[in-house]
Each structure stands twice: as structure tokens, then as C-alpha cells.
Design a protein around this ligand. Structure first.
Ligand SMILES: Nc1ncnc2c1ncn2[C@@H]1O[C@H](COP(=O)(O)OP(=O)(O)OP(=O)(O)O)[C@@H](O)[C@H]1O
Ligand SMILES: [Mg+2]
Length: 380
């Protein structure tokens, strides 16, 4: 039975909301087993859908006077890329990134795994490998049992270990709502950085994960679906974006540009890559991979604010005029721990796909790169 509940009706057999009064919260914390707490019910929005909208973020950042960039800085915040790159010497550059958000799933350990996979992703999206990670934690001490945070941190620790990196510390504050993420540092060869600015006309575009985590997790938050109904999306969000280790050095060198698809949706991140590279991306929309339940959730109106703000961000710069209503929603669906979008030399794209399929079974060619035209992204 795919639809396990009704929106607005609370299912007390599996989870409980956090009460609002401090006395009730104290009792709740004392008596409630952590596995009975549904984390998504403790926050208003979750995951990358909670990101500040791209247009607002750009407006805010433009008003800040940042210091002059050091010559060793190869990529910084001005480029709206996935991470900053600082050249240390001829062979080594630092990759630095930071990501945190509110719970996107109900189970604490799962939330930790997803938050970690999502934060690690920006290092992989630059062609780097993570080496250290630090936890950023805001936690309602009076309201949630300690075990919740132990489980969140354990989930993150397991993912960091899987990535071959080290969990070296962090910082924690008492706050009204749970927020968790990581600051991740990695290394990359400065001659082999995958920025979002290198896509070349003729390249093939590969997307490594299916789309739909925004609408499917919205369905869980509305209690229209349970976590066990969205296993495919959970497996995808907890999969670390370590694509580089699937590839031979020649394949790695054939990647001209990369980014990861997160809160601004496929449309937003594809547009940013197109603009940074001064090209137009032509997308075969029918090829975009999606989860089995993605359209079902979109049809049932499981939308977030980010669906609207992503559409506002991209609409002037994309052509989606031939798409039906569902595909228009799909391209704006905010992803959490989404896939990599790789711009690849056409002669290697098939070999690349075979290599990627060992870890990313949904990886598929979704389009091609063309010289800059009127619109940054053309959806066919
Ligand atoms: N509070 C902030 N201060 C300075 N720069 C910021 C801040 N928030 C975002 N930025 C910069 O804005 C740009 C866009 O941020 P965003 O978080 O969307 O990028 P991202 O890390 O690729 O996203 P994601 O982590 O979802 O993949 C990045 O260059 C980021 O460093
Ligand atoms: Mg990113």
C-alpha cells in the first residue's frame, strides 16, 4: 500500500510531535523513546528544500564587501560553484565546503547519513576527495532525548568513514530546532579541478542519480508516505557521490565540468553550470531519471516552497515551453544529496556510463552541450 496515511492525520503508532509547552517538553524528553520521535514533525521544512532561495542568496551576497581574493584562490564564493579551491602547491589544492539543514527524514541515524553524504558531495563535485569533516549541530536539548543526537552523529560518522575521511570534531549549540551538517575539507590536483565553468560544446551530459527526493520527502513530512515507502530515495540520498573512484585517470580527465544537483533543483544547477561555462545545455527531458513514486507525489501536490522559488530563479533563463506540467515540476524539484551532473567529452561518455553504473545504477546521458544560445538550458 503506497499511501500509508492521510495528510494532516497524525499516526501515533509510529511517531509523536514535539509538544510546545516547556513542561510537556520535559516530560516528553524523559519518557519518549528516541525511535518513536518523527524528526520531520519537529521542523517546518527539511533538507536542501530549506536552502535560502538562490535569487535572495545572490542579492544578499552582492551587498557584502568580501576581501580581495588571494592569488592562490582558484574558486571562491563569487563563482557560485560547489566548493572553494585554494592552491597549496603544484600538486595539491584544498577543497572546502559546508552544508547543514533541518531533518528531512524521521529516523535520526538516517538523517545523519543523508546530511553527511550531502555535505561530502560538494568535494566530489569539484573532482576532489574528502579528508576531514567537522560536525555542525544545533539541538533542542530540552525537547529531544540525547539518543537522537548520538544516532545522528553515528550516521554521519559511518558515512565519513565510508568516504575514507576523518571525523575530526565540530561545534554544537542549544537551539529550538534540530539542524545538522558538516564542514568538509578535501584535496584535489589543481590541474584536475572539475569546476562548473568548463563545459564545452559537443560534450555529453550525464546525471548520476534519479530526481524526486524533494517531493517524496515532502510526502513523508505530510505523513502521506512513510520512510519504508521511499526506500529507493533513501538509498539514493545516503549514497556518497564518490564517482571519481569508479574512473580511470583518462576518464577523470575527460570530465570538463561538474556540479551536484541539490536544493536549486535540476533546472537551477544546470542553469548555473551553463552560465558559468557560457554554453547552452540541451536536455532530453524524457531521459531525466526519476524514482518510481516521483510523479505520484508531484501529482498529489507534495510540493515545497523551493519548487516555486526554483521556478522563479530559472524561468527567465530556460526554455521549458514544450514540457507538460509534471515535467515542469520535476525539473524544479529540490534535491537533497542529489546526483552529479557531469559534462563529458563525447568520445568517452559510453565508457564513463559503464564505469559509473558500478556505483550509480541510475546514471544516464540526459543531454548535450551547445554553443551559447538565447537560453541557458533548453528542455526538449
Ligand atoms: N552564508 C554564506 N556566506 C558566504 N557565502 C555563502 C553563504 N551561503 C552560501 N554562500 C555561497 O553561495 C554559493 C551558493 O551556495 P550553495 O549553498 O547553493 O552552493 P552549494 O554548496 O553548491 O550548494 P549545495 O551544498 O546544496 O550543493 C556558494 O558559492 C556558497 O559558498
Ligand atoms: Mg553543490
Amino acid at each position: 500500500m503506497p499511501w500509508a496515511g492521510t495528510a494532516g492525520v497524525f499516526d501515533t503508532s509510529t511517531s509523536f510531535p514535539i509538544p510546545s509547552s516547556s513542561q510537556e517538553r520535559f516530560l516528553f524528553r524523559t519518557i519518549m523513546p528516541s525511535e518513536k520521535i518523527a524528526l520531520t514533525q519537529t521542523v517546518q521544512k527539511g533538507g536542501c528544500a530549506a536552502k535560502v532561495a538562490a535569487t535572495e542568496l545572490r542579492r544578499i551576497l552582492q551587498q557584502v564587501g568580501f576581501p580581495a581574493a588571494h592569488p592562490a584562490l582558484m574558486v571562491d564564493g563569487r563563482y557560485f560553484d560547489d566548493a572553494a579551491i585554494y592552491r597549496v602547491n603544484e600538486e595539491t589544492a584544498l577543497v572546502q565546503t559546508l552544508d547543514f539543514f533541518t531533518p528531512i527524514v524521521d529516523t535520526p541515524k538516517l538523517f545523519g547519513e543523508i546530511a553527511a553524504a550531502n555535505a561530502l558531495s560538494d568535494v566530489y563535485a569539484m573532482g576532489g576527495r574528502p579528508v576531514t569533516a567537522m560536525g555542525i549541530l544545533a539541538f533542542p536539548l530540552a525537547a529531544l532525548p540525547e539518543q537522537v543526537i548520538v544516532d545522528v552523529l553515528q550516521g554521519a560518522s559511518d558515512k565519513i568513514a565510508e568516504a575514507g575521511a576523518n571525523f575530526v570534531g565540530g561545534h554544537s549549540i542549544d537551539d529550538d530546532t534540530l539542524k545538522f551538517g558538516l564542514s568538509v575539507t578535501g584535496f584535489v590536483n589543481p590541474r584536475q579541478v572539475w569546476t562548473n565553468a568548463g563545459a564545452r560544446p559537443g560534450d555529453h551530459l550525464i546525471l548520476t542519480k534519479a530526481l524526486g527526493t524533494g517531493t517524496m520527502t515532502a510526502a513523508v513530512k505530510r505523513q502521506q508516505l512513510r520512510e519504508e515507502d521511499i526506500i529507493e530515495a533513501l538509498d539514493s540520498m545516503t549514497a556518497i557521490n564518490n564517482a571519481i573512484d569508479c574512473m580511470s585517470p583518462d576518464l577523470q580527465a575527460s570530465i570538463h565540468a561538474a556540479t551536484d544537483i541539490t536544493g536549486f533543483g535540476f533546472s537551477g544547477h544546470a542553469m548555473q553550470l551553463a552560465n558559468a561555462s557560457d554554453v547552452t545545455l540541451c536536455i532530453e527531458t524524457g531521459n531525466l531519471p526519476r524514482f518510481d513514486k516521483t510523479f505520484h507525489c508531484l501529482e498529489n501536490g507534495c510540493l515545497t516552497k523551493a519548487h516555486r522559488t526554483n521556478a522563479e530563479y530559472t524561468t527567465p533563463h530556460i526554455d521549458d515551453s514544450t514540457l507538460d506540467a509534471l515535467h515542469k515540476l520535476l525539473i524544479h524539484d529540490p534535491q537533497t544529496s542529489g546526483g552529479l551532473l557531469l559534462s563529458v567529452a563525447p568520445e568517452t561518455s559510453q565508457t564513463m556510463l559503464q564505469a559509473l553504473h558500478t556505483r550509480f545504477p541510475s546514471a544516464v546521458i540526459v543531454g548535450t552541450v551547445h554553443p551559447h544560445q538565447d537560453k541557458a538550458v533548453q528542455f526538449a
